[in-house]
Design a protein around this ligand. Structure first.
Ligand SMILES: C[S@@+](CC[C@H](N)C(=O)[O-])C[C@H]1O[C@@H](n2cnc3c(N)ncnc32)[C@H](O)[C@@H]1O
Length: 455
């Protein structure tokens, strides 16, 4: 019987394991035999992967709606490519095609190439016409377009003629374009120095925000967030990336991740605060420009209580005006400048929410941040919600593993496994973990905590 999509999806979370019948016994390996470089990387998996893909009727699926099916097929297709490619081809794709890909995309963003391509509803345009529009050497642009087409980022419609696809159209949006700039300016200069930094430190993990591949690569004594806040462009590109990263992910407060109606709204104490003000439902600490609060509002438009967005002054200053317009329940999101290493000004809220905060900081700094929140939490009522990866011990997704490495490089920090979370939250901070919610498979989940009561 054909496997269900759910079975395929869960199977995907990691590497697909083809049936044993498709495995071939590995012949003995001779490192001097360079002919290995021209043979498929994992031929033994190829027919199993083809069978896996063929065993389900993908044609019936609406991939724009069914995320699990799309991710499952994507994973199998990627595994098939990796198995079929030879080491030579993988090498050239990594070091040649993808590095030039990245920088030609950056050039296209900076010169408005993709905006020009998207004009007139994305109709096909010649390299000459595009070069004229963006004041570019036509011969050079032709070479760049040829490469982008060979990498499937644009479509060649004729000799010297191209049109954009959905990816190249998305390169005109600020979340995607800004993310490329963020990686070019901030992340890659850090990652390309990882090997040098590790060598000077005898291959020990970075554990501080002030001495890591980021500070080494940028030759700075400033931390990542100090550099991000130091220019309007850096702030803008970083904020763009936070938006891009979160797009298309299951909503954090939906039933498929965290059932906020049951866990937060039910049990909310609507009595006024001692100063007569409305009690607070949710404080998004380090909430950037407020996208997670907007998600909450769109799921629970008539929620009771106030919403508060906290971040550094440079970020609060650029929160979109739409955030402070009246909510469907007639209330407003309150914007508050706040440094999370200082005492939490909102006391006794129903929930304190941290998304992508803990993974930016080494354990000792996480303990400092959490101790400020813990002091403001009302025992038995307030909940701390941490929205992050919980890396499984086996079959971790690339979406979690690459992020873990970037957190190490940029902050001397990490993504955490379930055991690491429990050690940090319960042993390190005196919190009690009530539950870990979410679908896994590289999708972040919610770790729900409350103040542990003294025995
Ligand atoms: C990785 S971003 C996460 C943003 C948002 N929570 C999200 O998931 O999209 C980290 C956020 O923490 C903020 N931040 C960094 N240091 C901070 C501090 N000391 N106090 C308050 N916010 C801070 C940054 O400005 C940034 O918006």
């Amino acid at each position: 019987m054909a496997p269900s999509i759910q079975e395929l999806y869960h199977d995907f979370v990691g590497n697909d394991v083809p049936n044993a019948k498709h495995r071939r016994s590995s012949s003995s390996f001779d490192p001097n035999d360079i002919s290995i470089n021209a043979r498929p990387c994992d031929l033994g998996r190829v027919s199993g992967l083809i069978d896996d893909i063929a065993s389900y009727n993908w044609g019936d699926i609406d991939f724009s709606q069914d995320r699990n099916a799309r991710i499952s097929l994507l994973s199998k297709a990627r595994s098939l490519i990796a198995a079929l490619e030879t080491p030579r081809e993988t090498l050239l794709r990594h070091i040649g095609a993808e590095t030039s890909n990245f920088y030609t995309i950056v050039i296209g963003i900076e010169t408005n190439l993709f905006h020009e391509m998207a004009k007139d509803n994305g109709s096909p345009k010649t390299a000459t016409r595009l070069a004229e529009a963006i004041s570019f050497d036509p011969d050079l642009l032709r070479r760049i377009l040829r490469h982008l087409a060979s990498m499937n980022h644009i479509i060649q419609t004729g000799e010297d003629e191209y049109r954009p696809n959905n990816f190249s159209k998305a390169l005109t949006t600020s979340p995607i374009a800004g993310s490329y700039q963020f990686y070019r300016n901030i992340c890659l200069p850090s990652m390309i120095n990882l090997h040098k930094w590790l060598k000077t430190k005898s291959y020990q993990s970075p554990t501080t925000t002030i001495d890591n591949p980021f500070t080494f690569g940028h030759q700075t004594s400033q931390t990542f967030f100090e550099v991000i806040g130091s220019t309007a462009k850096n702030t803008e590109h970083f904020n763009d990336h936070m938006v891009a990263y979160c797009q298309g992910q299951p909503a954090w407060c939906s039933n498929s991740v965290y059932p906020a109606a049951d866990r937060l709204i039910s049990g909310f104490d609507a009595s006024p605060q001692p100063d007569g003000s409305d009690p607070v439902m949710l404080v998004d600490i380090g909430g950037n420009v407020g996208h997670d609060l907007q998600t909450f509002v769109s799921h629970y438009p008539s929620h009771p209580g106030r919403l508060v967005l906290q971040d550094l002054p440079s970020v609060i200053a650029v929160a979109p005006p739409s955030l402070t317009s009246p909510l469907p329940n007639g209330k407003y999101v309150q914007l508050q400048e706040h440094d999370f290493f200082t005492p939490q000004p909102v006391v006794g809220a129903r929930a304190y929410y941290l998304h992508h905060i803990m993974h930016d900081w080494p354990d000792d700094k996480c303990v400092s941040i959490l101790s400020q929140i813990k002091k403001a939490m009302k025992p038995g009522y307030s909940r701390l919600l941490i929205n992050e990866q919980v890396i499984p011990e086996k079959k971790a997704s690339w979406e979690a593993t690459y992020l873990d490495l970037y957190m190490m490089v940029l902050f001397g920090a990490r993504e955490r496994t379930e055991k690491e979370w429990l050690r940090l939250l319960e042993d390190g901070c005196g919190l009690k973990v009530l539950g870990m919610y979410g679908p896994g498979g590289g999708v972040e989940g919610i770790i729900e905590c409350e103040v542990a009561l003294e025995e």
